[in-house]
Design a protein around this ligand. Structure first.
Ligand code: GLN
Length: 534
């Protein structure tokens, strides 16, 4: 139990989106955790969707799933990977969710005839959800990242809530504002005006930032920092430079060099419970920056133009690469453009093939061709969720000769529905939050690759799907060499399939990528990369 009153750090962003507020928030949290504080991070998303589960990955990148089955923003993945601790539904709040609960209360009559307004009702609901994480006494510090850019109409109620909390929780709130300092090639200068303007915008909304973090390509001069301090009412020490780095995992180290953690503690009147301990983190970053070899792995998916759609997978490869002293070079392969006859050419030179999760029929045949190639040519293969389902379809069609074997998601009339809608999904019509979501148990069978990878017999992994392996076909598959090596102990659902006699061919119905962290790289990824290296 923390002995102190919870402190709240808010991270806002100015000038432009995509400055890396999520990584800065996670880095601050990492440093404070490394000093012995208990920390959590929360993301406020100003859009009206209740959660990002219904959003197209092109819109919003990957949808990250927590242990408790919340479909959330991909920044929560960064939080977990940095802190090595789980987040939950409470760590991601959207405008949709806030309005939904206020409107439900209004319908119940909870507001006793009052006019329901943005201030105080929406802001009260936002503040309640921010303070909820601190109120359980579990955390010394709650870091809240406010999505969007200061000045957006959508984020106004959040900034207003922050303004109110600054007064209410006197001395226990700190605001860190992230901005961009562009470098103008024509004049050879770094410019501070966008930062000044974005701080002015925050001030107009009633919030004075305490610390400014400036994203920049070039090193910033002392004079520039002085100028920013002068115009933005902060002391010079509180103007922190955040230079572009090779890997996001270097950011905590860089922020520590800039004394960001020390300054935060001073401003929040906190003393560190212990010496900072970031040795393991440093070792990891060294391995990422100086790999001994490179291994090339193909990631086959239909959203590959947008790498963020597979964020947790690409990060898992960084963790697994470091564990194997190598760098995983991902070759992004568009499943829709992969034709059966060019597969050998397109996939030549790959040491491993991962077939990604996904929904709908688009690109499905390309995925199946890639799997056939991996199976027939003994190339290490990992199929995740839809990737696993495609491996089952491929085996059905080409090994078991089940004509037109398919998932009923792709072909409702297939004569061989080797993948079929789960029983409890059949009545569901609503799209949001209705899949099989979150952590479920999986029992691993003896003498299987899965068991030797995990080194245990019972695991918990996270899910996000509606379809499953059709157990009517299980015996047929097992006799032909595709084994269900992991099963849900309660429902008998096949969670893992693997191929006998192949050096590494694994399909998983769950998402191991949501579980991989810097400190705990996921064993499936570690062994997949190891097999690819051999
Ligand atoms: N579309 C498949 C299903 O719903 C797979 C989902 C996924 O890959 N996450 O079962």
């Amino acid at each position: 139990m923390p002995s102190l009153q919870t402190r709240y750090i808010f991270v806002t962003g100015g000038v432009t989106s995509s400055l890396g507020k999520g990584v800065i928030s996670a880095s601050v949290a990492k440093l404070l955790q490394a000093r012995g504080f208990s920390v959590t991070i929360q993301k406020l998303d100003p859009y009206i969707n209740v959660d990002p589960g219904t959003l197209n990955p092109y819109e919003h990148g990957e949808c990250y799933v927590t242990e408790d089955g919340a479909e959330t923003d991909l920044d929560l993945g960064h939080y977990e990977r940095f802190l090595n601790q789980p987040t939950s539904q409470a760590n991601n709040i959207t405008t949709g969710r806030v309005y939904q609960s206020v409107i439900e209360k209004e319908r119940r009559g909870d507001y006793l005839g009052k006019t329901v307004q943005i201030i105080p009702h929406i802001t009260d609901e936002i503040k309640r959800r921010i303070k909820l994480l601190g109120s359980k006494g579990k955390f010394d510090l709650v870091i809240t990242e406010i999505g969007g850019t200061v000045g957006d109409i959508e984020s106004l109620p959040y900034i207003e809530s922050l303004r109110q909390l600054k007064w209410e929780l006197d001395g226990r709130v700190l605001v860190l504002h992230l901005t961009l300092v562009p470098f103008l090639n024509a004049t050879g200068e770094s410019k501070t005006k966008p930062t000044q303007h974005s701080v002015k915008m925050l001030l107009e909304e009633g919030v004075q930032p305490d610390i400014l973090v400036l994203r920049t390509e070039k090193q910033l001069s002392r004079d520039l920092k002085k100028k920013v301090a002068l115009f933005c009412n902060v002391n010079e020490r509180s103007v922190i430079e955040s230079r572009d780095v090779r890997t996001i995992y270097e950011v905590p180290l860089l922020m520590h060099e800039e004394h960001l953690d020390q300054i935060i503690l001073e401003k929040l009147n906190l003393t560190s419970p212990g010496q900072i301990n970031i040795r393991k983190w440093r070792d990891f970053v060294e391995k990422v920056k100086h790999p001994k070899k490179t291994v090339k792995i193909g990631l086959v998916g239909k959203y590959v133009e947008l790498h963020d759609a597979y964020k947790s997978i690409s990060e898992s490869f960084i963790h697994a690469g470091a564990a194997n002293n190598c760098r995983v070079e991902i070759s992004w392969i568009h499943s829709e453009k992969l034709e059966e006859e060019d597969v050998a050419h397109e996939l030549a030179g790959l040491q491993g093939i991962l077939v990604a999760p996904g929904f709908g029929y688009r690109g499905i045949e390309g995925k199946i061709s890639a799997i056939r190639y991996a199976r027939e040519n003994h190339i290490p293969f990992l199929g995740i969720c839809l990737g696993m389902q495609c491996a089952v379809i491929e085996f059905g069609r080409h090994v078991l000769n089940l004509q037109r074997a398919n998932s009923t998601e792709m072909d409702a009339k297939t004569p061989h529905p080797v993948i079929d809608l789960m029983e409890d999904q059949k009545e569901i019509t609503e799209k949001g939050g209705t899949m099989r979501l979150g952590a479920y148990a999986c029992r691993l069978k003896k003498n299987t690759l899965a068991r030797s990878v995990y080194q245990t017999d019972l695991i918990q992994e996270r899910h996000r799907h509606r379809y499953e392996f059709n157990n009517n076909y299980l015996q047929l598959y097992e006799e032909a060499g595709m084994k269900a090596s992991g099963m849900n102990p309660d429902t008998g659902l096949a969670e893992i399939v693997e191929l006998k006699g192949h050096k590494f061919f694994v399909g998983v119905q769950f998402h191991p990528e949501y579980h991989s962290t810097v400190i705990r790289p996921h064993p499936l990824f570690v062994h997949f990369v190891k097999a690819a290296l051999e």
